[in-house]
Write a protein that binds this ligand. Structure first.
Ligand code: SF4
Length: 62
C-alpha cells in the first residue's frame, strides 16, 4: 500500500506551497514546477493538496 502523487504541470505555479506543507519533504521546485523527489515517504496526509491554491495536486491510495 502506498500513495500515488500527481502534479498537473499545466496548473502548477511553482509557488512551493506543497513543499512548505509536506512534513516529509516529498517535493522540490525544479524549473518553476513542483516535482516529487521523495514520493516513497508520502504519508497520504493531503496537506499538499489543501495547500495548493492552483488545485494541481492529487494524492490517491494505491
Ligand atoms: S500527502 Fe502529505 S506526505 Fe504526501 S506529499 Fe502530500 S503533504 Fe507530503
Amino acid at each position: 500500500m502506498g500513495w500515488d502523487i500527481k502534479v498537473d504541470a499545466g496548473k502548477c505555479t511553482g509557488d512551493g506551497a506543497c513543499k512548505d506543507a509536506c512534513p516529509v519533504d516529498v517535493y522540490e521546485i525544479q524549473g518553476g514546477k513542483a516535482v516529487t523527489v521523495n514520493a516513497d515517504e508520502c504519508l497520504g496526509c493531503e496537506s499538499c493538496v489543501e495547500a495548493c491554491e492552483a488545485g494541481a495536486i492529487t494524492v490517491t491510495e494505491v
